[in-house]
Design a protein around this ligand. Structure first.
Ligand code: KG4
Ligand code: ZN
Length: 351
């Protein structure tokens, strides 16, 4: 029997069950992750983080990432199956991050998923990483459904997206650094470990957020585009200026002031865009959505503007495979199966 025939047969059997068991696989950056989901029920989540491997380089080294994914993927998938008390033969479909991300890293997950789908004769779903982050909001909040506006802020992306029944429309994105990337770079200059975002958040708690002046991105006013390089440079210059004057550097003040400026930029643009779209709700997703100050500021601003506000549970904010499995589950319901000749799409556009 051909793969296509086997996968379609399995798909119709799964349809009869209503809620198929989906294995999600994510290897787009520095986490090897697998999860088993039955609709919204997260049966398991397994992850191997590469942070200890990259920390001494101060950032992700693509070749190191791909190798580690190769070494870990089998154990991570087995851990997810075992935690879900499932056998490979129980899996009705496989969802894998197809892009965007690091080419070599994506390639490991996509190849593994294709081989598994072929071996098991089950349908395969190629998932866009950003759609996965957005799906994390709906996974956490069953009452959230399109249309809504979503800000996805991660280490690689800062995208404002309009989510509708028909798909995704990009409203605006960063012109330079992603929000998480800018946070990580300033954190690095402050001497904090990689990835800097959570460390910078912790440090900012004891800082004065008005101590270091931050420039306003006037040039992009009235648009849904972001720019973080000016803020990043201002923060780095403030650190250097403290150093040159031989004054004791106040890292907490720089962290607090920079974080406040990033949060203000993200929040004002996201609320403006949601209002402009006439969306009833605003969602926040991506690794940076794990930042408590950002979650609070955006909730307050959204609710003050009459918008409902949603963000994922913390465990679904940073890269994980449950969000990929859930995005795969949506594809299952729409019948959007992938052919076995799909390949990694490192620069896959969102729409
Ligand atoms: O979504 P993600 O796990 O990976 C990408 O798709 O890029 O996002 C990782 C980014 C990193 O830049 C990290 O520093 C940031 O999310 N991040 C945070 C926090 N937790 C993770 N940034 C600020 N505050 C946090 N608590
Ligand atoms: Zn991500």
């Amino acid at each position: 029997m051909s793969y296509e025939h086997a996968a379609l047969t399995r798909y119709s059997q799964g349809l009869a069950k209503a809620n198929p068991l989906i294995l999600g696989i994510e290897t787009s950056c520095d986490e090897t992750a697998a999860a088993v989901l039955r609709s919204r029920e997260v049966c398991s989540m397994a992850v191997h983080t590469q942070i200890p491997l990259h920390v001494r380089f101060g950032g992700v080294v693509p070749e190191v990432a791909s190798r580690s994914h190769c070494e870990q993927i089998r154990a991570v998938v087995e851990a997810a199956l075992s935690e879900a008390k499932a056998e490979l033969n129980d899996i009705d479909g496989i969802a894998v991050t197809q892009g965007p991300g690091l080419a070599g890293a994506l390639h490991v997950g996509v190849t593994y998923a294709k081989a598994l789908a072929l071996g098991l004769g089950v349908p395969l779903f190629g998932v866009h990483h950003i759609h996965g982050h957005i799906a994390a909001c709906e996974l956490t909040h069953p009452e959230l459904s399109p249309p809504y506006t979503c800000l996805v802020a991660s280490g690689g992306h800062t995208h404002l997206v309009q989510v509708t029944e028909d798909g995704y429309a990009l409203l605006g994105r960063t012109r330079d650094d992603a929000a998480g990337e800018a946070l990580d770079k300033v954190a690095r200059v402050l001497g904090l470990p990689y990835p800097g975002g959570p460390h910078l958040e912790a440090l900012a708690l004891s800082g004065d957020e008005r101590a270091v002046p931050m420039p306003a991105a006037k040039r992009l006013a009235g648009t849904s585009e972001f720019s973080f390089s000016g803020l990043k440079t201002a923060a780095i210059q403030a650190i250097r200026a403290f150093e040159q004057r031989k004054e004791p550097i106040r890292p907490a003040d720089v962290a607090a002031s920079f974080q406040r400026a990033v949060i203000e930029a993200l929040t004002s643009k996201a609320v403006e865009a949601a209002l402009h779209q006439g969306a009833p709700a605003l969602a926040l997703a991506g690794g940076v959505a794990a930042n408590a100050a950002l979650r609070k500021a955006m909730r307050e601003a959204a609710e003050a503007a009459g918008l409902r506000f949603y963000c994922p549970s913390l465990r679904f904010c940073t890269d994980n495979a449950a969000m990929i499995a859930f995005a795969g589950d949506k594809k299952w319901r729409r019948g959007e199966m992938a052919a076995l000749d799909i390949s990694a799409q490192p620069s896959w556009p969102i729409a």
